[in-house]
Design a protein around this ligand. Structure first.
Ligand code: MG
Length: 306
């Protein structure tokens, strides 16, 4: 039988159940991203999983009771998703070149689609900070061709990390020196911001997860390389309650401790892009693996915001 894990530390043994196995939730997609667990009341089944099938311009939904169904189609070529403080879905859309929010009644509203009058490139991934600000990455993957959006020229001429204040619409450039900013997350106390760069050559140090010290007001300093998954690159990642970073990579989900040490890998059948913790106990790891969606039970949970 194929090995399921690469256990590289004793710490990793406490984070996984070595007897747990990948469970396939669905297949037949073109490229899955935006894997996000949406909690709900126990009466409503505890919640459901959402993800994007970007080239098919649709979002899928999975729950234990309903299995896999179509959540929204077309969906504006959504990529990453996250939840805000009110548990509303906030999405990065390639097609609309915008950040949208799904209200609790299901209405989709535009939060921002430009910076100083210039269209965003194609927002890729995002995180909501405890102060309500939305931090998102804006590489051009959705405008390079018609496969994951609509081919177009960049109006910004750069690939930035933005901070959006959704109540006022104020948008600011927070990082301007990345090649292809992609996955983004904060440490549990929000003192560190992690941003993946999927640009550069595969072996370049820049093609890594970068880290910044983040002040409570959001000022960034002390830019450094945090971790470099291999093979492949980090696309999306989540942080657990202990500050470990669980990231996608070419062959596995790779888990790094807060110091950037690789603890171990959960091997996947193909390259994977985005993941999230969820399920009835919060200890199910959901993984978007190229054309398929999987889950596996772990001994870790998504960090809660302070
Ligand atoms: Mg991404």
């Amino acid at each position: 039988m194929e090995p399921q894990y690469e256990i590289l530390s004793n710490a990793f043994k406490t984070l996984i159940d070595p007897n747990a196995r990948l469970r396939k939730l669905g297949d037949g997609y073109l490229w899955t991203e935006g894997t996000t667990w949406v909690p709900d009341s126990a009466e409503a089944g505890g919640g459901y999983l959402l993800w994007s099938d970007i080239p098919n311009d649709r979002m899928l939904r999975w729950s234990e009771s309903d299995g896999t169904t179509i959540f929204r189609e077309p969906c504006g070529y959504t990529n990453g998703h996250t939840l805000d403080r009110e548990n509303r879905l906030v999405s990065a859309e390639h097609g609309g070149r915008r950040i949208s929010r799904t209200e609790l009644d299901g209405t989709v509203v535009n939060l921002v689609d430009n910076y100083e009058g210039k269209k965003l490139n194609s927002p890729n991934d995002l995180v909501v900070k405890s102060d309500g600000s939305i931090w998102f990455t804006d590489p051009p993957y959705g405008i390079l061709s018609d496969r994951q959006g609509h081919k177009a020229d960049s109006e910004l001429g750069g690939n930035y990390v933005f901070r959006l204040w959704p109540d006022t619409g104020t948008i600011e450039i927070m990082i301007d020196d990345f090649d292809m900013p992609n996955g983004i997350a904060f440490s549990p106390d929000e003192s560190i911001l992690y941003v993946a760069d999927t640009g550069y050559e595969l072996d370049s140090p820049g093609a890594s997860i970068h880290a910044f010290d983040a002040s409570s007001s959001g000022t960034l300093s002390n830019h450094r390389i945090y971790a470099k998954p291999t093979p492949g690159k980090s696309d999306g990642f989540r942080v657990d309650t202990n500050g470990n970073v669980w990231t996608s990579a070419g062959d596995s989900v790779q888990v790094f401790n807060p110091a950037g040490g690789l603890l171990g890998k959960i091997l996947t059948p193909d390259r994977n892009a985005n993941l999230d913790f969820g399920g009835p106990n919060g200890t199910t790891l959901f993984i978007g693996v190229n054309a398929e969606a999987y889950s596996i039970e772990v001994n870790a949970q998504r960090a809660t915001r302070p």
